[in-house]
Design a protein around this ligand. Structure first.
Ligand code: ZN
Length: 47
């Protein structure tokens, strides 16, 4: 499970459905969704 930070809730959230994505600069990241407010969350630097 990925632990990410929701900037809207200003709290840590975990998203079991987080997906690995590749950013435009080619770096890996995790993309998830806050289960509370629905805001997209990103975690940069995921391997
Ligand atoms: Zn949130």
């Amino acid at each position: 499970m990925a632990s990410m930070y929701c900037v809207k809730c200003r709290a840590k959230r975990e998203d079991p459905n987080a997906q690995k994505v590749t950013m435009k600069n080619g770096k890996p990241a995790l993309k998830g969704k806050c289960s509370v407010c629905g805001t997209s969350m990103f975690k940069i630097g995921a391997s």
